[in-house]
Design a binder for this molecule. Structure first.
Ligand code: NAI
Ligand code: MG
Length: 504
C-alpha cells in the first residue's frame, strides 16, 4: 500500500490530446512549415513529476539553424511583416491571443507534463499572463512611430527633422524552462509589435508548449518566416544563434553565466543584446509590517513555482522584534506548499524541472548546513520518482555563505535578522544581483527611502511578484541589461533613425 504522502506524488494519466501530441514526429517550425531533423539527433523529454521519458525533440544542427535564420532574414528584408499596415499586425497579434485562449486547457496540461508546474497554476497564472501580454503588445504597432524634431540653429521652414522607430531586424530569442510558454510570449510579442522577425529557441527541458504554439502561429495567419521555432541544446542551437552573423539582436533569459557567454558571442557582429538574468531577491520585513499579509506572501515569494523564479524573494530580512514569529509563520505556511504531482488538481507546488536541478538544490542546502546554517523547516525531499524538494527555510546564515550569495533556484529561503534600516538596505545591496526586491512597512516615508536605496530593477511595496505587460522589468548589476515589457520593452526591438531634410 503506498502511503498517502507518496500518492500525491504519483503523476495522473495524460489526456488523449496530450498523448496524441506526444506521439508526433519531432520537428522544427521554420518558414511556417514543419521540418523533421536532417541528422536525426534527438533530445529526450522527461516528465519531472514521474521522472519518466515521454517523447523526444530535435537537436537542431547548424544547417537547421541556418534555415531558420535565413527564413527570418527573407521575411524581414522583403517587409512582408514590418511593411504591413499597423492595424493588420495588431489584428494578427490579437488572433494569436484568441488562439492561446481557445487552447488554454491543452497548453496548461502540456506545460504541466513537461515542466512540473502544477496545471492549475499554469492555467490561472501563466496562460492568462501570456494572453494579457499578447493583447497589450498588440496595441503597440500603431503607436510606434517617431517624433518631429527641431534643428536648434535653423528655422523650421528651412529644415524638417524627425526620428523614425524602425524594427531592429532578425531577432534570436533564447528562453529558460521556468515559465516556458509565458516567457515565449513575453519575448515574441514585443518583437513582433516592433516589426521584427524572429527565431526562438525554448529550453531543451521544456520545448513542448513552444511547439504546440507553432501550430497556433499557422492558424493565426502569420506570413511565413516571421516566427520560427527551433529546438535544441544551449551549447548547440543556442550558441549557434548567438554567433550567427545574420541575427541583428539577441534576447536572452536564463542564468547569469550563460548571459555572459551570449554577450561575448554577440560582440563579434555587435548584435544588440538584452539579458534577463538571475537574482537573489531580498524581502525586507520592517517592524511595523502587517505580518498577517507579509508571512504568507513571503512564503509565496520563495515557494511559488518551486522557487524557480528569477524574481523570487530568496533572501528574507526580518526585523529582530518579529524574526521568531516570522520563522514560525513560514514553517506553518510550508504545509500549503507541500509538493504534489503537476496534474494533481490540488497541486500548488510541483517538482523541480529536472534531476539536475533537484541535485543542485539539495547540494546547495547541504553546503549551507556545512557552513553552519540551520534548517528551520524542510531541507530534504519526499520519496518518489519525480524531482521533488520540500519547501525549506534556513536560519543562522551569514552574509558570506554561498546559500546567501548564489542563486539556488529552488524552494529554499535564507532568513536573516536586522535591527537598523540603513544596515538592512546595505545588506540587501550586498549582492552581484539586482533584479527584484520587496519591502514591507506601513510607513510611507520608510517605504520611499527603501525604494530609493535598493539597487534593483523592481522594488515592490507590501507585495511581491506583481507584474504586468506595461511594467518594464530588468536587472541592475549582474541581473542583466535592458528592460522588457512596457514601452521600453518594445523600443528595445527598434533602432532609432534621425532624418534631416533641408527644404528647397
Ligand atoms: P541556462 O541559462 O543554461 O538555460 C537557459 C537557456 O539558455 C536554455 O534555452 C539553454 O538552452 C540556453 N543556453 C545554455 N547555454 C547556452 C549557450 N552557451 N549559448 C546560448 N544559449 C545557451 O540555465 P540552466 O543551466 O538550465 O539552469 C542553471 C541555473 O541557471 C539555475 O539553477 C538558475 O540558477 C539559473 N536560471 C535562471 C533563470 C532566470 O530566469 N533567471 C532561468 C533558468 C535558469
Ligand atoms: Mg521536460
Amino acid at each position: 500500500m503506498p502511503s498517502i504522502h507518496s500518492e500525491i506524488l504519483v503523476q495522473k494519466n495524460y489526456s488523449a490530446s496530450a498523448n496524441e501530441f506526444l506521439q508526433r514526429r519531432p520537428a522544427l517550425f521554420i518558414d511556417n512549415e514543419w521540418i523533421t531533423s536532417t541528422n536525426g539527433t534527438l533530445i529526450p523529454v522527461v516528465d519531472p513529476s514521474s521522472g519518466k521519458e515521454i517523447a523526444c525533440i530535435v537537436e537542431s544542427t547548424s544547417h537547421e539553424v541556418d534555415l531558420a535564420v535565413s527564413a527570418a532574414r527573407r521575411a524581414f528584408d522583403d517587409g512582408r511583416w514590418s511593411n504591413l499596415p499597423a492595424e493588420q499586425r495588431e489584428r494578427a497579434l490579437h488572433r494569436l491571443a484568441d488562439a492561446v485562449e481557445a487552447k488554454s486547457e491543452e497548453l496548461a496540461e502540456l506545460e504541466a507534463i513537461d515542466s512540473g508546474k502544477p496545471k492549475n497554476m499554469v492555467a490561472s497564472v501563466d496562460i492568462p499572463a501570456a494572453i494579457r501580454t499578447l493583447r497589450y503588445m498588440a496595441g503597440w504597432p500603431s503607436k510606434l512611430a517617431g517624433e518631429l524634431q527641431l534643428h536648434p540653429e535653423a528655422s523650421p521652414s528651412e529644415f524638417h527633422a524627425f526620428t523614425r522607430r524602425e524594427p531592429v531586424g532578425v531577432v534570436a530569442q533564447i528562453i529558460p524552462w521556468n515559465f516556458p510558454l509565458l516567457m515565449l510570449v513575453n519575448k515574441i510579442a514585443p518583437a513582433l509589435a516592433a516589426g521584427c522577425t524572429l527565431v526562438l529557441k525554448p529550453a531543451e527541458l521544456t520545448s513542448l508548449t513552444a511547439l504546440r504554439f507553432a501550430d497556433l502561429v499557422q492558424d493565426a495567419g502569420f506570413p511565413a518566416g516571421v516566427i520560427n521555432i527551433i529546438t535544441g541544446s544551449g551549447t548547440g542551437a543556442g550558441e549557434m544563434l548567438s554567433r550567427h552573423p545574420d541575427v541583428d539582436k539577441i534576447a536572452f533569459t536564463g542564468s547569469t553565466a550563460v548571459g555572459k557567454l551570449i554577450n561575448h558571442a554577440a560582440t563579434e557582429s555587435l548584435k544588440r543584446v538584452t539579458l534577463e538574468l538571475g537574482g537573489k531577491g531580498p524581502v525586507i520585513l520592517l517592524p511595523d509590517a502587517d505580518l498577517q499579509t507579509a508571512i504568507p506572501a513571503a512564503a509565496q515569494a520563495i515557494f511559488f513555482n518551486s522557487g524557480q523564479v528569477c524574481v523570487a524573494g530568496s533572501r528574507l530580512f526580518a526585523h529582530s522584534s518579529v524574526f521568531d514569529q516570522v520563522i514560525e509563520g513560514l514553517a506553518g505556511a510550508t504545509q500549503f506548499w507541500t509538493p504534489r504531482a503537476a496534474l494533481d488538481p490540488e497541486a500548488i507546488m510541483g517538482p523541480l524541472v529536472s534531476q539536475g536541478q533537484k541535485d543542485k538544490v539539495l547540494a546547495c542546502i547541504s553546503e549551507g548546513q556545512k557552513a553552519g546554517a540551520t534548517v528551520a523547516v524542510g531541507g530534504d525531499c519526499p520519496e518518489g520518482e519525480g524531482f521533488y524538494v520540500n519547501p525549506t527555510v534556513l536560519v543562522d546564515v551569514k552574509p558570506e555563505m554561498s546559500v546567501v550569495r548564489d542563486e539556488i533556484f529552488g524552494p529554499v529561503l535564507v532568513a536573516q535578522r536586522f535591527d537598523d534600516f540603513d544596515d538592512v538596505v546595505a545588506a540587501a545591496n550586498d549582492s552581484h544581483f539586482g533584479l527584484a526586491a520587496s519591502v514591507w512597512t506601513k510607513d510611507i516615508g520608510t517605504m520611499h527611502r527603501a525604494i530609493a536605496g535598493i539597487k534593483s530593477g523592481t522594488v515592490w511595496g507590501n507585495c511581491h511578484g506583481v507584474m504586468g505587460p506595461g511594467l518594464p522589468m530588468g536587472g541592475y548589476k549582474q541581473s542583466g541589461f535592458g528592460r522588457e515589457m512596457g514601452r521600453e520593452g518594445v523600443e528595445a526591438y527598434t533602432e532609432l533613425k534621425t532624418a534631416m531634410i533641408k527644404l528647397q
